[in-house]
Design a binder for this molecule. Structure first.
Ligand code: AKG
Ligand code: FE2
Length: 345
C-alpha cells in the first residue's frame, strides 16, 4: 500500500497530498439533488414479487425493466436477508477498519496486486487518488479464495462474509433471470453467458471524514466493470451519487435495501439496452462512511458479447466481444477512462 492509509492522512488533514485534491473541480460535490427534490425517484423493487405467481411477477418485471432503462440503479427490498444480519455485516467491516495498523497490515495487498487491504494502486504520477481505504477479496469461485488476505479479526469476519456471499450469489441469479425475462429473453440467457464459474469480488470501502470534502472524492466517477453490483450502503451517512442527464443525484439511504446497478458487462450483453451508470462517492466532513460493494463477473474464460436476439436491423450490434474484462478495467479506471470504450464498435 502507498506510504500512508487514508485513515492516517485523515488525522492530519491540513497536509493532504496534492493527488487527493480537486482544486476547482470540487465545487458542488455535495450539493447534488435528491431524486425526490426533482420529482423523480430511484425505483424500489420488491425481490419477493419477482419470484411470485404471474400477475404480481409481471408487474414487478415491468417495474424492473423501466428502472433499468431509466436510472440503471434500483433499491432492492424483501431480498431475504434480515436487518439483523445486514447490521452484522456492517459491524464486522467497521471492526476491521478500527483495528490497529499492524493487524490490518497482515492482510495488505501486494504492491501491484489487487486483493487485500490497501488504497489506490498507483499507475502514474498525476493520477487522482480516492479518499478511501479498502479490503478487496475474490470470494467466488470457492477454489480461488486467497485466504492469506482475508482478515481473521474480528473473529466472525470470515463466517459472516461467507454467509453474505452465499446470499448474494443466489440473489444475483434471481436478478439476472428477472432481467432476461424483462427483455423477453430466455430466462437463463444471462446466467448462461456468465458461465459455470462466474466470479464475485467483494470490496469494503471505508471513507474517513475529511474537512476538505468539497475538494476530495471518496470514489471518482466511474461505471462498474461487473454484470451487476450490489452495494450495501452505510446506514446513516450518504455519499453515493449517480449521473443522469448531466445532473448528479444522491442515492438516498433505505436502511435495509441493497442498491443494485447494471455494470458494463450487462451493457454489452444487452447490446446497450441496459446501460452501466456513471456514479461517484462524496465525502462527509465530520463522519466516516462505510459501504460494501459486491461485483458479479462472468467466468474469466468466457467471451462476452451481445445476445443474438437483441441484435437486429433496427438495433445493430454496438459492442465487440470481450474476455476477462476485469483485467483491463483497473488500468482504465485509474487513468480516469471508461473501459467500455474498448468494446464499443
Ligand atoms: O460506496 C458506495 O456507496 C459505492 C461504492 C462503489 O461504487 C464501488 O465500490 O464501485
Ligand atoms: Fe461503483
Amino acid at each position: 500500500m502507498g506510504s500512508k492509509s487514508v485513515q492516517e492522512l485523515a488525522l492530519n488533514p491540513e497536509n493532504l497530498p496534492n493527488n487527493y485534491i480537486y482544486e476547482d473541480g470540487g465545487v458542488g460535490f455535495r450539493d447534488a439533488l435528491l431524486p425526490s427534490e426533482s420529482d423523480i425517484h430511484i425505483p424500489v423493487i420488491d425481490i419477493h414479487n419477482l419470484t411470485s405467481p404471474s400477475t404480481t411477477q409481471q408487474q414487478e418485471l415491468h417495474k424492473l425493466h423501466s428502472a433499468l432503462s431509466s436510472w440503471e440503479f434500483f433499491q432492492a427490498i424483501n431480498h431475504g436477508m434480515t436487518s439483523l444480519f445486514l447490521d452484522k455485516v456492517r459491524e464486522i467491516s467497521k471492526q476491521f477498519f478500527d483495528l490497529p495498523k499492524e493487524e490490518k497490515q497482515k492482510y495488505a495487498r501486494e504492491p501491484n496486486g489487487i486483493e487485500g487491504y490497501g488504497n489506490d494502486v498507483i499507475y502514474s504520477q498525476n493520477q487522482r487518488l480516492d479518499w478511501t481505504d479498502r479490503v478487496y477479496l475474490k470470494v467466488q469461485p470457492e477454489d480461488q479464495r486467497n485466504f492469506k488476505v482475508w482478515p481473521q479479526k474480528p473473529n466472525d469476519f470470515r463466517s459472516t462474509i461467507l454467509q453474505y456471499t452465499e446470499s448474494l450469489k443466489q440473489l444475483s441469479e434471481v436478478i439476472l433471470r428477472a432481467m432476461a425475462k424483462s427483455l423477453n429473453l430466455e430466462e437463463d440467457c444471462f446466467v448462461k453467458e456468465c458461465g459455470e464459474r462466474g466470479s464475485m469480488f467483494l470490496r469494503f470501502n471505508y471513507y474517513p471524514p475529511c474537512p476538505m470534502a468539497d475538494h476530495v472524492l471518496g470514489l471518482k466517477s466511474h461505471a462498474d466493470g461487473s454484470t451487476i453490483t450490489f452495494v450495501l450502503q452505510d446506514k446513516e451517512v450518504e455519499g453515493l451519487q449517480v449521473l443522469k442527464d448531466n445532473q448528479w443525484f444522491k442515492i438516498p439511504i433505505i436502511p435495509d435495501a441493497l442498491v443494485i446497478n447494471v455494470g458494463d458487462q450487462i451493457e454489452i450483453m444487452s447490446n446497450g439496452i441496459f446501460q452501466s451508470p456513471v456514479h461517484r462517492v462524496v465525502i462527509n466532513p465530520e463522519k466516516e462512511r462505510l459501504s460494501l460493494a459486491m461485483f458479479c463477473v462472468p467466468d474469466s474464460e468466457k467471451e462476452i458479447k451481445p445476445v443474438d436476439k437483441l441484435v437486429n436491423e433496427s438495433r445493430p450490434i454496438l459492442y465487440r466481444p470481450v474476455k476477462n474484462y476485469v483485467e483491463i478495467y483497473f488500468q482504465y479506471y485509474q487513468q480516469g477512462k471508461r473501459p467500455i470504450e474498448a468494446s464499443k464498435i
